[in-house]
Design a protein around this ligand. Structure first.
Ligand SMILES: Nc1nc2c(ncn2[C@@H]2O[C@H](COP(=O)(O)OP(=O)(O)O)[C@@H](O)[C@H]2O)c(=O)[nH]1
Ligand SMILES: [Mg+2]
Length: 451
């Protein structure tokens, strides 16, 4: 935190401008050493200044320098931003010059980490910053902005206040047990208060499951035997000829992926090598990869040719994906060959073909229903999207159940108090108030450079 840090805030590549960001107590002093223009030490906060970046006597670029003086800045430290000409050579050279003048190259997310450590934002809001940068759909953007605005933090803080009130009551009861007129904490009362809190938490947990879908999208795996039309389905869903389609079984060997947006949710669709026994080494590796992908996927589209009966191979694969959400796609229903009856109970089945594009719309509708995507309530975006934080919330749910049990069995109040205090602490971890290093590192290590 003592160091003044620097990073390139814009993507490295060809572009009109690049922004180099410097934060720390020596930001102005460091930039002044290499800036030819007005004396930056004498300028007001939130002003922009024209000049040149120099390396000794060599002119590096014509720039605009923005000044932001502490504490009203992103990091609460002095910040200088240099707008220079875009492109790799200029941007990198300016970065070099600034480092030579005394700044240290920033770690990923270090600016936001400072905003957090200096108390300007909490962990949920920090997470919102990153989510906003990574948002690829309107829904993702709205969720992230809501988080960044502190609405989710507000919910967690409310819960903490509620818990604090219960704890205060317990304290009174423990300290002055003989005071008849003090509110006597009975187990029944704690139970009622905890019930209200539990309902609130349950609501956030259930919303968070959906939030995860919005943030991370849904991973779809197209599986089936060779030549049933998997690659054709991928191409039709993506509306792009991404995978090679031929009538030669075993054409697809590598994993082919693409992304589509259905109802504001990102679907990462993966086409795989058809699963079969093969002696071809390359195909074998492909088949192995297909099977490995099963556990990581959220949805499997299992493809069968409508005119063919399920054979042993099919049944073997279907067994492997028994516990996965899946849709069976009966392909090639345009074929003149009489179709066989498919004996699959309790499965969602869609039939169609990729030549006349029959059934693909229905396939999408079934996906929407399966994940209840049409019911994602936009107005209630108050949930957590980080799986670590969701796990913490679930831990609270289980502690809470334990409290209930102990109350039932009339445990002494000071024992129950320990559990309630733990809930209070865990809520603190979620917003980052107790500064748990592991959670902090986990969140910031996924940040991009320059933010
Ligand atoms: N008649 C018919 N042929 C199809 C259909 N979908 C794919 N095919 C053909 O089936 C063959 C295998 O398709 P492909 O998508 O490569 O199957 P994959 O091996 O499962 O990826 C190709 O010749 C396709 O043109 C369909 O719906 N109807
Ligand atoms: Mg294929």
């Amino acid at each position: 935190m003592e160091d003044t840090i620097v990073a390139i805030a814009t993507p490295l590549g060809t572009g009109a401008i690049s922004i180099i960001k410097i934060s720390g107590s020596e930001a102005i002093e460091i930039v002044s050493k290499v800036f030819k223009g007005k004396n930056l030490n004498k300028q007001n906060s939130h002003t922009i200044h024209y000049g040149f970046i120099m390396d000794e006597k060599e002119k590096i670029d014509e720039v605009l320098v923005s000044l932001f003086l502490a504490p009203k800045t992103y990091t609460k430290e002095d910040i200088v931003e240099i707008n220079c000409h875009g492109g790799i050579a200029t941007t990198n050279r300016i970065l070099e010059v600034i480092i030579k003048a005394g700044a240290r190259f920033a770690e990923p997310g270090e600016f936001t980490k400072r905003a957090y450590l200096n108390g300007r934002i909490d962990l949920i809001e920090a997470e919102g910053v990153m989510d906003l940068i990574e948002a690829k759909t309107e829904k993702m953007r709205k969720v992230a902005l809501n988080q960044l605005d502190g609405n989710v933090s507000k919910k967690i803080n409310e819960l903490r206040e509620n818990i604090k009130a219960i704890l205060a009551n317990i304290e009174v009861n423990i300290d002055y047990p003989e005071y008849e007129d003090e509110i006597l904490i009975t187990n029944k009362m704690i139970k009622e208060q905890m019930k209200i809190i539990n309902t609130k938490i349950a609501k956030i947990v259930s919303a968070s499951q959906q939030g995860k879908i919005i943030k991370e999208g849904i991973k779809v795996l197209i599986l089936g035997k060779p030549n049933v039309g998997k690659s054709s389905i991928l191409n039709k869903l993506l509306n792009e000829n991404k995978a090679i389609v031929t009538n030669i079984p075993g054409t697809t060997r590598d994993i082919v992926e693409g992304t589509i947006n259905i109802e504001g949710i990102l679907f990462k669709i993966t086409d795989t090598a058809g699963i079969r026994k093969t002696n071809n080494l390359v195909e074998k590796i492909g088949v192995k990869k297909s099977v490995e992908l099963i556990s990581e996927s959220d949805l499997i589209i299992y493809t069968i040719e409508k005119s063919k009966e399920l054979d042993e191979e099919d049944i073997k694969i279907i067994k492997k994906i028994k516990n996965k959400p899946k849709i069976i796609f009966l392909n090639k229903n345009d074929s003149k060959i009489k179709s066989k009856e498919i004996k699959l109970k309790n499965e969602i089945i869609v039939e169609g073909n990729t030549i006349e594009e029959d059934g693909l719309k229905e396939l999408k509708e079934k996906i929407i229903n399966l994940f209840k995507l049409d019911k994602l309530e936009e107005k209630d975006f108050n949930f957590l999207t980080n799986s670590n934080q969701i796990a913490l919330l679930k831990k609270i749910v289980s502690i809470s159940k334990n409290i209930d049990k102990k109350l039932e069995e009339n445990f002494p109040i000071d024992i129950i108090e320990i559990d309630i205090k733990e809930i209070f602490n865990i809520l603190g971890f979620i917003i980052g108030e107790n500064g748990d290093q592991e959670i902090i590192n986990y969140i910031f290590k996924n940040f991009c450079l320059g933010k």
